[in-house]
Write a protein of this length. Structure first.
Length: 401
């Protein structure tokens, strides 16, 4: 085990320095046991001898499985950027160890790649999954069935132009039975490239072939929809096929309706979803607000905030800031109802989420537009005390006023 790996792993560990060394020592002991199980040979000697797994005798997969499990313990209690940073270190560590094994003359087998790919996929490191896929192609290593699925899904998220290619390679290797699992990522990749007609073609082809299409396939198709008509069609197809619809289904339909600003169709499906027992969540209300904004219906968008409170759904800070910004843009004077609403939303943000630069900037803009100089000066002082930068145009407006 390399010195660089030890340093990286100890830095990433949330445990004590001594415990980290004990874990690494145990892993190194196991690795050394594998090393002495068979005399070390070169890659050329392995190939000429017809040894498919090299001198490690098939134990590389088990080593990486344990290594990844130990690395995963390092962030089990972490969240956010700390967790993401440790995952990046873990990925770097495993790639480095994989390279070390390769340089030592071993033939890295299919199961070893499958183990590493599976871990990277679980950690949502899709680019690293595709990187290993390229290495496997270069080394003429045939991926397992599960590895192909991971590669197809990862490419649909990171490199959609290669998703179909990975599916074709899977078929060439005899994995035609993956069609059912491959349909959702194939549709997703085409939607990401704005090829809605081709996405429908994949869906219809699978339908005609008798492939069992799950809810994920319908959701990916909804993601491709750009208007109320096509999304309503998918909604009807799901009902006819007895596919259980959920909040995500509703959110995707509302998203599609917002592209064409079709409020009537969106509300019709929204009411139908409520009658089916589908409970709106934060994302649902955010989709409704976006729909109303695109349709130029500010009063209705503001009303959604009240509806959320009535249904015990707390608006998040970005949603409140967005509505606050819209109220500020519509403010025309001190007695304007939108200025009054802006003040209420600003107070709600401060009470719930504390001070934010965007909330202060929007409220200052509203105070200037309303001609409320006393409030504008007070907000300016609070922003300076909090270390927030004052927009130049607003500073000029205060000086001119």
């Amino acid at each position: 085990m390399s010195k660089g790996y030890i340093q990286r792993a100890i830095l990433a560990s949330s445990e004590t320095h001594r415990t980290g060394h004990l874990v690494l020592k145990e892993l190194k002991r196991e690795k050394d046991t594998v090393n002495v199980s068979k005399p070390r040979t070169s890659r050329a000697e392995n190939v000429s001898a017809g040894l498919p797994l090299g001198w490690r005798d098939g134990r590389t997969s088990a080593f990486f499985h344990k290594l990844s499990a130990e690395l995963e313990k390092m962030w089990q209690n972490d969240t956010g950027k700390v967790r993401d940073g440790k995952i990046v270190i873990a990925v770097s560590t495993m790639l480095k160890e994989l390279k070390n094994i390769y340089n030592e003359g071993a033939i890295v087998d299919t199961h070893t790649y499958a183990t590493v790919v599976e871990r990277f996929f679980r950690w949502k490191q899709y680019r690293s999954v595709l990187q290993l896929g390229a290495v496997m192609r270069a080394e003429h290593v045939i991926p397992t069935r599960a590895t192909y699925i991971y590669l197809i899904i990862a490419s649909s998220r990171e490199q959609p132009q290669y998703c179909k290619l990975w599916w074709q390679r899977a078929c060439n290797d005899g994995h035609h039975s993956l069609y059912e699992m491959a349909v959702p990522p194939l549709i997703r990749s085409l939607g990401a490239m704005n090829k809605e007609e081709e996405a429908w073609g994949v869906f219809k082809g699978a339908w005609s072939a008798g492939v069992r299409l799950h809810r994920d396939a319908y959701h990916e198709l909804l993601f491709c929809c750009k208007d109320a008509k096509t999304s309503g069609r998918v909604w009807s197809m799901m009902k006819e096929a007895n596919i259980t619809m959920d909040t995500m289904t509703l959110n995707l339909v509302l998203r599609a309706c917002s592209f064409s600003s079709d409020v009537e169709s969106a509300l019709s499906i929204y009411e139908e979803a409520r009658s089916l027992g589908i409970t709106p969540r934060l994302e649902t209300y955010r989709a409704l607000i976006s729909l109303y904004f695109k349709a130029g219906m500010l009063d209705e968008a503001i009303g959604v905030i009240a509806t959320m409170s009535d249904n015990s759904v707390r608006p998040d800070c970005p949603t409140l800031e967005r509505v606050l910004g819209a109220c500020c843009d519509a403010t025309t004077g001190k007695e304007c109802k939108y200025y009054k609403l802006a003040e209420l939303l600003f107070c709600q943000i401060l009470q719930t989420y504390g001070r934010t630069h965007k909330a202060y900037t929007n409220m200052l803009q509203a105070a200037i537009a309303a001609g409320d100089r006393d409030t504008a000066v007070r907000l300016k002082g609070e922003m300076e005390a909090a270390g927030y930068a004052l927009p130049v145009e607003m500073a000029h407006a205060l000086v001119d006023g």
